[in-house]
Ligand binder design. Structure first.
Ligand code: T1G
Length: 707
């Protein structure tokens, strides 16, 4: 027992309570506390059985991830959980785990070492370690197949998704659902089984026999396809497979070796950085946790197009009634039909029931007027990307909305302050930039205008979590964080075409780097006309004499907008499958010749450096300007909004792994070759290199400064 683990008694049942807020992670002191409590209960003749339960909102969320960095840096030895789990399993008195909230990673491994598990209806169990670039490291790959069967264990360990309580009982991971008071139910259960013989999970091998080995081949194929470039899922499959071939002890030895290999990998460092990044972005230095927030009980969305429809679905998914307004019945019907189709697809995939779909559809009220908008707690504008139209709509919102209503714009590039100037309440105006498809993409860029009230920002960040989004705060500038950085990334991709690289080489190189799609393929997917319209709207901002990409505009002038027209940088068949377009290749040569651009052989390394360092340089620039609060905010934006490979941590984390001095040297090389207007190094990057610092140091300093 210690301050993290308490021991109490209910007559002959010992209750061991883990109390390590916020998520009862197995931090130093917790395993030791559990062991001491266990030993004390075993030694107490009056005790017949034990219940282990978590205090607060969850059972155990796993090992303390903050400790991993200390382990890999050699600062502290690894916390080996095996001895504790064997002690639980070998206890002469039955041990019952009472699970609520989450039993994740080491938390589920502790639970599976017990003789029985009871679970609260809303709880989840899982082995999410692969999301951190590691595998279960405390017997999970050996005990889980013994309880849930090999196929499910492979799925849970290789892909990391949790399973809900009902399924956990059906699988044999848990023994009973306890509705009502969990501790009371668990103690009653412990009394019930107190005289039963102890069931050691490691001895339960019946589910390891006669296993269809194609399970492993199929899982490896799926992992290679859906977790491209990541070794941890494959290691998890190897470890679970070993449970069908090796003894428990030998299986655990193999698991430990694979765990260590993964833990010391760059991928794991990047994924752990990304995990904590999602927590860090919630913290806004000048907006303390105590800042009051508005209650959001109802919403309204203006515009039922692709974005508006997806945004309305987010509110309905969160159980918030939402009005959806359009200007014509035809457009409204089209928008509602897409929403219905999306929900039906989710029902078909078993993501939720028909009843859940009906409930969500019931929460979305399509309409052609502003009727009822005066009762909305938030109105989100999702109309066409034109300043004139947005100002007109915000003028109308200003008239109909109640004083405490938040007025949000889904603009992806336009000036929030200008939009706010169309209202008498700029303090209630904020950017809520969703990413397409809005009901799927996790990122929500929250854009702060110069008048936006702290309560409105705090409400938006909390609302983001409620809509199951990762909300990142951005300052107001053209393109905010994500799109502003994307412009030089796309610019370089097109320049590389003009200088001699093929469309396929540019796309393949960035795909091999780990992006979900290459830059030119993304442009074709989004529609070249979208960027073309924005470039025309901002033509007056272009600096005379500074090189601009030429190919996309030429393609648009020919009506080639990408996938939607069957031709863009690539050619697309009726199933939108890409193939090289020889005429586009000829056009590119023509454009280069007309512009006097010399063509040469370009290597994949140059493609990666030109595209990535353009991104990083612009990232450092907007970090220096305070548009992004931290480098990690930029990385979270790119991981959750732009398909940047999570196992690379994000563009800024990647730059740190390359070494900022090398990044700067390469940028200076490009500046020499392509000019300062395109490649002048960001002052912050130069400063960090001169101080021998990294972006991580910059964030640390920011955190220390705001502490
Ligand atoms: N270790 C350390 N800190 C953790 C943590 C953990 N496992 N889980 C959460 N936190 C911190 C988090 O950083 C945040 O801090 C606060 O808790 C609240 O988290 C041996 C090797 C449980 C579903 O991968 O999925 O076990 O920002 O905002 O939305 O084989 O946290 O307040 O300072 O996310 O309610 C495996 C990770 C570890 C689970 C709760 N376990 N956690 O979500 O809160 S590896 C995981 C989560 C392992 C074993 C292996 C979620 C949650 P701060 P939050 P939430």
């Amino acid at each position: 027992m210690n301050e993290l683990v308490k021991l109490s008694r209910q007559e002959s049942i010992a209750v061991i309570t883990i109390d390590n807020p916020p998520v009862n992670a197995l931090s130093p002191g917790v395993p030791e506390g559990i062991r001491a409590a266990l030993d004390s209960a075993v030694a107490d003749p009056a005790i017949k059985a034990m219940v282990v339960i978590g205090a607060g909102s969850t059972f155990i969320a796993g090992a303390d991830i903050r400790e991993f960095g200390k382990m890999t840096s050699g600062e502290r030895p690894r916390i080996a959980l095996y001895p504790l789990l064997l002690a639980i399993e070998d206890s002469p008195k039955p041990v019952v785990m009472a699970i609520h909230g989450q039993a994740f990673g080491g938390g589920l491994e502790v639970a599976m070492a017990a003789h029985y598990r009871v679970i609260a209806p809303g709880a989840q169990v899982g082995q999410p370690e692969v999301k951190l670039g590691i595998i279960p490291g405390a017997g999970g790959t050996q005990r889980l197949p013994r309880l849930a069967g090999v196929a499910k264990a492979v799925e849970m360990c290789a892909f990391g998704e949790p399973v809900p309580a009902q399924e956990a009982v059906a699988l044999g991971i848990a023994d009973r659902i306890i509705a009502g008071d969990l501790l009371e139910g668990a103690v009653a259960f412990a009394r019930e089984i107190a005289d039963q013989p102890a069931r050691k999970t490691r001895g339960r091998t019946e589910k390891l026999a006669n296993v269809d080995t194609s399970i492993f081949a199929n899982a490896r194929e799926l992992a290679r396809k859906t977790r491209r470039g990541q070794p941890a899922p494959l290691a998890a499959i190897d470890a679970v497979e070993s449970s069908t071939k090796l003894s428990f002890e030998e299986g655990c030895k193999l698991e430990t070796r694979l765990f260590q290999e993964c833990l010391y990998s760059n991928q794991s460092k990047a994924l752990i950085y990304a995990f904590f990044g999602e927590c860090a972005v919630n913290k806004i230095p000048d907006i303390p946790k105590s800042t009051p927030v508005y209650e959001i009980r109802s919403a309204a969305v203006i515009g039922a197009g692709t974005m508006g429809g997806g945004i309305a679905m987010n509110y309905a998914n969160a159980g918030i009634p939402v009005r959806l307004k359009e200007t014509s019945q035809e457009a409204l019907d089209r928008g509602m039909a897409i929403i219905r189709k999306n929900y039906a697809a989710s029902v078909q995939k078993g993501r939720f029931s028909q009843a859940a779909m009906d409930e969500r559809m019931r929460l979305i009220a399509p309409q052609l007027s502003y009727e009822g908008f005066d009762r909305a707690d938030i109105i989100v504008e999702a109309v066409f990307e034109s300043m004139e139209l947005k100002k007109q709509v915000f003028g109308e919102m200003d008239v109909v909305a109640k004083p405490s209503c938040i007025l949000a714009s889904n603009t992806s590039t336009l000036d929030i302050d200008q939009i706010a100037s169309a209202t008498k309440r700029p303090h209630m105006v904020i950017g809520h930039h969703f990413f397409s498809p809005a009901n799927v993409m996790r990122l929500l860029e929250v854009v702060r205008g110069k008048a936006t009230a702290k309560e409105v920002i705090a409400t938006s960040m909390a609302l983001g979590k409620r809509l199951k989004k990762v909300a990142v705060l951005a300052g107001n500038c053209r393109g905010f964080i994500g799109n502003r950085m994307l412009a030089p990334y796309f610019r370089e991709a097109q320049f590389l075409l003009e200088e001699g690289a093929s469309v396929e080489l540019v796309n393949q190189t960035m795909y091999d780097f780990g992006w979900a799609m290459g830059p030119l393929a993304v442009s074709d997917l989004a529609g070249l006309d979208v960027g073309w319209r924005i470039r025309k709207e901002f033509k007056h901002l272009e600096k005379p004499g500074v090189r601009v990409p030429l190919v996309a505009d030429r393609l648009c002038e020919m009506g080639h907008f990408g996938q939607k027209t069957g031709r863009g940088f690539s050619r697309y068949d009726e199933n939108r499958r890409p193939s090289p377009d020889s005429e586009t290749a000829v056009l590119i040569e023509e454009v280069a010749r007309e512009a006097g651009i010399g063509r040469r052989t370009i290597t994949p390394d140059e493609i990666v450096d030109r595209c990535l360092f353009a991104l990083v340089n612009e990232g450092a620039r907007l970090l220096g300007e305070g548009i992004a609060l931290r480098a990690v905010d930029i990385d979270v934006v790119y991981l959750n909004g732009y398909g940047f490979p999570a196992w690379r941590g994000g563009p800024m984390f990647y730059a740190d792994t390359v070494g900022l001095n090398k990044v700067l040297a390469r940028i200076e090389e490009f500046e020499t070759r392509h000019g300062s207007d395109l490649w002048s190094p960001a002052p912050l990057l130069q400063q960090l290199v001169s101080e021998g610092k990294t972006f991580a140091n910059y964030d640390q300093k920011g955190i220390l400064a705001s502490a």
